[in-house]
Ligand binder design. Structure first.
Ligand code: ADP
Length: 166
């Protein structure tokens, strides 16, 4: 049973994240999307909301589950009986940070491997941050995030009911 862990903030999940999850789910027996508590990032959605949104977006994938973690990622991965961390690489700008993280995680636990996956080219410009920015400004995000996330962003940012982007 090969389990891979895909960690991230997922604030919120985008079509780019989902694309990576779908690719990983074809290669591994089990994929756990692990939502990180990252206090330095001041997320728009709570940990529980981010987890619930991921769960709604991956419900069609039987070998994908959702969890959350705090503390060291390598400890969480080992606790899940896994040796694989999945990370997404969109562009060269991701590389330096991801490379540093991968090598540091290897220093912390040499049995854990980081595997990088690239999304479909049309998603390489997508990030949670840019989607939130567009949604705040009332732009159309329908092609960037799954339906449950569209609804949650609308509710969170424009609760008055003004229809900006659906
Ligand atoms: P983190 O705060 O850990 O970077 P994110 O939710 O922003 O969390 O991203 C989680 C992982 O998904 C990272 O490896 C990031 O590079 C990757 N990722 C983010 N957006 C995309 C995308 N559009 N396509 C592919 N991978 C992505």
């Amino acid at each position: 049973m090969r389990t891979a862990v895909y960690p991230g903030s997922f604030d919120p999940m985008t079509n780019g994240h989902l694309d990576v999850v779908q690719r990983a789910a074809k290669i591994f027996d089990r994929v756990v999307v692990a939502v990180a508590r990252n206090d330095s990032k001041q997320p728009l959605f709570t940990m529980q909301q981010r987890q619930d949104l991921v769960a709604a977006c991956v419900s069609h994938l039987p070998n994908v589950s959702v969890d959350s973690f705090t503390g060291l990622l390598v400890d969480y991965v080992a606790g899940m009986q896994s040796q694989v961390i999945i990370r997404g690489l969109r562009a060269i700008s991701d590389f330096e940070f991801e490379f540093q993280m991968a090598l540091m995680n290897r220093k912390l636990n040499e049995h854990v491997e980081t595997i990088f996956m690239t999304p479909k080219d049309t998603y390489t410009f997508l990030s949670s941050g840019i989607v939130k920015e567009i949604a705040k400004l009332g732009g159309d995000i329908t092609s960037f995030v799954p339906l449950p996330v569209q609804a949650a962003l609308k509710e969170r940012l424009h609760p008055s009911g003004t229809t900006y982007f659906v």
